[in-house]
Design a protein around this ligand. Sequence first.
Ligand SMILES: Nc1nc2c(ncn2[C@@H]2O[C@H](COP(=O)(O)OP(=O)(O)OP(=O)(O)O)[C@@H](O)[C@H]2O)c(=O)[nH]1
Length: 372
Amino acid sequence: MSVACDIVTQEAPALLARAQPVAAPGPRSVVPSAHARLLDSVAAFTHHRDIDALDHSLALSLAELAPAREVLLCKRTIDGRRMDSLVRCVADASGGFVVGACDPDEHDPALQPVWHCMDGQRSHVEVGEDGCHRLYVPILHEGRALGALQLESGAALDGARALAEGFARIYANYITLLNESERDKLTGLYNRRTFERHLQRMFLPLAVARRAQERRAAGLGTPSVWLAIFDIDHFKRINDTYGHIYGDEVILLLAQQMRACFRQGDVLFRFGGEEFVILLTGHDEAEARGALERFRERVASYLFPQVGYVTVSVGYARAAPGDYPESVIDRADKALYYAKEHGRNRTHGYEEMLGRGELACELMSTGSIDLF
Ligand SMILES: Nc1nc2c(ncn2[C@@H]2O[C@H](COP(=O)(O)OP(=O)(O)OP(=O)(O)O)[C@@H](O)[C@H]2O)c(=O)[nH]1
């Protein structure tokens, strides 16, 4: 089986270095015992505080210890309806391993057995007609499948089953803790420190190719990535009038409106306070603007308990491959500032405003333009 992968450049070299085979076994007393190797692997992968690095390390540890010529680690979204991420670790010709992150496609027939393993929540071994042995192990937490592992080998993998199940249990506990650290506690949206990783993911070549393919099938052009920033208008007044508990409830309900309004592939963040960010794709500026305007109107017509009607101002900008996260945030922020300055409850795009010459004039008159 083969699943196309983008190699993640930051992590792979370090992991590859660790994956090189030992040249020759030394005297028996210095060869680490199986237990010591196992503990070493667990210590190595639970050392990571970054989820991508953790996923790579788990796949590599299993490939080395099982041993397996290929390990897939597939995870699904919190609502369980889509695949969220896929990591593939595969043996290369030199005896080492290559680890890469992929853009998962739940319709890919090669991934159906992994998907079924999550639904079935049971591990099992299969031997294919090609003589290939495959072990499937779900990653379970509190009765829910967070994802699944697939190990592939030319030899029987029954002996690796307990090992993979044990790793899956440790991983489930650990990833739950890490997930909590990546989410905003009040809303459950991603927090700011995950933004850079999500922005990079939007530009993985396979993610771009897949979006382009979906769009072509729908008769549309290749989409761009857009970053939008929302800010609740006069939120201080809400807090001052109704108290912080009602203020928090507005934030919570706004996050629910975001989830209900945007598409599955769009990524939602709370950056802090009453500031929210969305990474969304749109075929052109009009499409991105349309999605954001729908959201703004939806919020404006929603009756918040006790507080009444609340509005948001929106600024957005196009994100290009290689953009520094701070630069694209800064562009969207300038458009948001313009929306705030021109009456609030409005949506403005950085490029559209630059095109009309509005933003440059505005920023020069307020003295906030960056010349360098
Ligand atoms: N309830 C609640 N309030 C928060 C939270 N984080 C920030 N705030 C409050 O949000 C308010 C933001 O006020 P400002 O930055 O003056 O902005 P604003 O009143 O929304 O005005 P504009 O943005 O100009 O429309 C402050 O009163 C903060 O104390 C939070 O997590 N919960």
